[in-house]
Design a protein around this ligand. Sequence first.
Ligand SMILES: [Zn+2]
Length: 156
Amino acid sequence: MIGISPLGIKCLCLNIDNVNFNSSEKLNKAHALYVSNLIDRKEFVSATAGCELNGFISCDKSRNWVGVHYHTNLKEAIKVKLGRKIGEHNGMSASGHSLTIGVCAEQHAANNVLKDAFPNENTNYDVAKLTFTKAVRPKGKKVIEPCVNCNTIFSK
Ligand SMILES: [Zn+2]
C-alpha cells in the first residue's frame, strides 16, 4: 500500500505508532551535526539516522552490512519479527527496490547503541524501546520514511 505522508513524501503506509520517533533534543542536535558534517564532506548517502539508548547516542548512515558485527539483540529481533537474517532481502522500498536487511541507517545506529549499552550482549533488550530521530537524506535534508523492515523490527 503506497501513500503520501504528511511531508508529501511517497511512503509505504504502515503502522509506525509504536516506533519511538519522539526523539530528545540532544539526540536531534547530534543528528543534525552528523548530517551537516556529511554535507560538508559531500558524502551524499541515501539516509542517516540517530538512535539513543540509556544516554548512548549514535548517528549512522545507510551502508553495507558486510563486515559489520551485529548485536545479538538486534539479530534476534530481526529473526523473530521478520523471520530473516542480516543480509537477506525482505520487502520493497517506496521506490520499488528490494530491501536488504542490515543496511539501513536506523539499523546501524541501533546496532551501535546496543553495543555501547550492552557490550557483553547477554541481554534481552526490547529494541522497540529504542528512540530514533527521523531519517534524513543529506542531499536536500529530505526526511526519509522508515522502510517496512525498520518499522517491523523497531515496533512492539
Ligand atoms: Zn529501514
